[in-house]
Write a protein that binds this ligand. Structure first.
Ligand SMILES: [Zn+2]
Length: 257
């Protein structure tokens, strides 16, 4: 479908980039991203993905907005307190760009319902805050053949990795963290504290990596970097990365699975 003049104007700064171009923008506009977790990571991720004109978004969070969220969850303002995060995020998206197709779910994602949430999407971006949920999402993505971008932060350490465990030779998120974390945990920021700009950096970087995945095979920026985990250190600050190999014994994507 040709771009209308108002869409050409809106996305002109992307289209003029040789690394994106018109074909890249059309690929983004045709994409469906499932964004799970609308907190400190999901907020800027949604803002930049909506800004990029990702045509179809499914927003998943079972939480309500609390006053203590406003320090880092940039989607929300005082009037959203007490409202569901998914509903409030859809309201933000509708105000921001009425042409986007936005669906929401306020169900808590678990091993039982993750499959229906991720099936058919071009990419799942996981910004949830516990290992049990992240592993349920990852396992569902492997089964459904859906790529996964996993983003997490603890104190001043963030990590963002792209996984395609459904493909031969590529690791899944479970290959990375193992089976020890299936129980509820753990790394919640209520106990630890978290710097708002730190989660913002991780969420924004996740949006950049999501664009990279979606442009694979379309434009020069496209490189999904499967299995590569980027570590974001907010204290130094510094970034480094390493690549996760597929674990042949992985319970989700290994040869026995
Ligand atoms: Zn695996």
């Amino acid at each position: 479908m040709p771009l209308t003049p108002d869409r050409l104007t809106r996305f002109a700064r992307h289209i003029v980039l040789p690394e994106i171009g018109g074909a890249g923008h059309v690929a983004l506009a045709d994409a469906h991203i499932v964004l799970v977790g609308l907190g400190g990571i999901g907020s800027p991720a949604l803002q930049y993905l909506a800004g990029a004109g990702i045509g179809r978004l499914t927003l998943v969070d079972d939480d309500k907005v609390e006053a203590s969220n406003l320090q880092r969850q940039t989607l929300f303002s005082e009037r959203d307190i007490g409202h569901g995060k998914a509903v409030a995020a859809r309201r933000w998206a509708a105000n921001f760009d009425s042409k986007l197709d936005v669906a929401i779910s306020d169900r808590r994602i678990d091993a039982g319902n993750a499959g229906e949430m991720v099936t058919g999407a071009n990419l799942v971006l996981d910004g949830t805050d516990n290992f049990a949920t992240r592993l349920a999402i990852s396992d569902a993505c492997v089964r459904a053949g859906t790529p996964l971008l996993s983003a997490a932060v603890g104190r001043f350490q963030g990590q963002v990795g792209a996984f395609a465990g459904h493909l031969p030779g590529h690791a899944c998120y479970r290959c990375f963290v193992g089976d020890a974390f299936d129980a509820e945990d753990c790394d919640s920021c209520a106990e630890d504290g978290v710097l708002g700009a730190m989660v913002g950096w991780v969420g924004t970087f996740a949006a950049l990596q999501a664009v990279r995945v979606l442009l694979s095979g379309v434009s020069a920026l496209g490189d999904p970097q499967w299995g590569r985990v980027h570590l974001l250190d907010g204290l130094s600050p510094a970034m480094r990365n390493f690549t996760i190999a597929k674990d042949p014994a992985c319970a989700a994507c290994g040869s026995e699975a």
